[in-house]
Write a protein that binds this ligand. Structure first.
Ligand code: OSB
Ligand code: MG
Length: 368
């Protein structure tokens, strides 16, 4: 298929509730959508999950905008592409910038699936028709608000609760959570807020029967994570540390963790997700799909990968209504008793609501 036209949208959407992690608070999302069109006028969609500031990863929305416009789009505009794997291959000449790369690559995958008349899930080799989902809850000023959030989301049926932690908001918080909810599937996410100096604090989390602790140490600290895993019983799950198949391979070999949170953007796209998925099957490593507070487009991609066989743990792909007053896709993503139905329509399986999208679009650039 020939990539005839590419459109990049810079979008700003206000979130229903602010979301706080150890690295900061997000009130709204400034992100990019990429639309690729083939010669028949079919459209494929991808989302760049960068944020306004480089707090989670080194990329940020403006850097991704430049990366796309200056380097990536010119590389594939007017190109004849047989299979989306070629996009990953082409982009590999440029270092990193995975969030930007994955936005186009995902759009090409969607277009590819649509041109074959199959769902993105099927195109990727997905096998599940429904998926189990959990929910990620931000840090709150007061414990009562967090407990109320957990109560509400547990009653809605989410299959596991993830609580964000940071130094000073960790052991005491989890102690209170467990006092009120002794049996819920519970995990924590530190977003790299600790160092090996905090081993004693992290050990204190061991008695709370947590499914895992996500990314306690810095992104590059594979060796320190391996040391930490030997000292604590709670399984370590890696998020910020895994940017590629090779990162995953090294982390597994070193014993840096026992679980991987896979995010499409962070590893540069769906082709790399598939490779890491297959590695984890081979190495018997548990995995699940993380989230980046996506709009419906990125959410649809997350749903498609979660339908692959080895995504056995509930992910962070909650319902549209958890984030937005109104999502930019139709229908919106809904969750019933913690279960989400994988769409069967061609491509991502949801239609972009162009009127809604344009309400939030602050800049558009078209390449023909
Ligand atoms: O660490 O998984 C994370 C959101 C933004 C950046 C990083 C993370 C998160 C979340 C929220 O945990 C996941 C979601 O609900 O999309
Ligand atoms: Mg995380």
């Amino acid at each position: 298929m020939k990539i005839d036209e590419i459109i990049v949208y810079k979008v700003n959407m206000l979130m229903k509730n602010p979301f706080t992690t150890s690295f900061g608070t997000e009130h709204d999302r400034l992100f990019l959508l990429v639309e690729v069109k083939n010669e028949d006028g079919l459209s494929g969609w991808g989302e760049c999950t960068a944020s306004e500031s480089p707090l989670y990863i080194e990329e940020f929305t403006e850097s991704s905008w430049i990366m796309l416009n200056k380097f990536l789009i010119p590389m594939i505009l007017k190109k004849d592409i047989e299979h989306p794997d070629e996009v990953h291959e082409l982009f590999s000449v440029y270092k990193r910038n995975h969030l930007a790369k994955s936005a186009i690559e995902g759009a090409v995958w969607d277009l590819y699936a649509k041109s074959k008349g199959i769902s993105l899930s099927e195109a990727l080799g997905g096998v599940k028709s429904s998926i189990e989902v959990g929910i990620s809850l931000g840090i709150e000023e007061d414990i009562e608000t967090l407990l109320e959030n957990i109560r509400e989301k547990t009653e809605e049926g989410y299959k596991r609760i993830k609580v964000k932690i940071k130094p000073g908001k960790d052991v005491e918080v989890i102690d209170k959570v467990r006092e009120h909810f002794p049996d819920i599937p519970l995990m924590v996410d530190a977003n790299s807020a600790y160092t090996l100096d905090d081993i004693e604090t992290l050990k204190k989390l061991d008695p709370y029967n947590l499914m895992m602790i996500e990314q306690p140490l810095a992104a590059g600290d594979l060796i320190d994570h391996a040391k930490l895993q030997k000292e604590i019983k709670t399984p370590i799950c890696l998020d910020e540390s895994i940017h590629s198949y090779d990162d995953a391979r090294k982390a597994i070999e070193l014993g840096s963790g026992r679980i991987i949170n896979l995010k499409i953007g962070r590893v540069g796209g769906l082709s790399e997700v598939k490779r890491i998925h297959d590695l984890c099957v081979q190495e018997n490593i548990a995995m699940w799909c993380g989230g980046m507070l996506e709009s419906g487009v990125g959410r649809a991609h997350n749903i498609a990968i979660t339908s692959l066989a080895n995504f056995t743990l509930p992910g962070d792909t909650a319902a549209s209504s958890r984030y937005w007053e109104k999502d930019i896709i139709e229908p919106e993503v809904t969750v019933q008793d913690g279960i989400l139905q994988v769409p069967t329509k061609p491509g991502i399986g949801y239609d972009v609501n162009r009127d809604e999208l344009l309400k939030h679009t602050v800049e558009v650039k078209t390449f023909r």
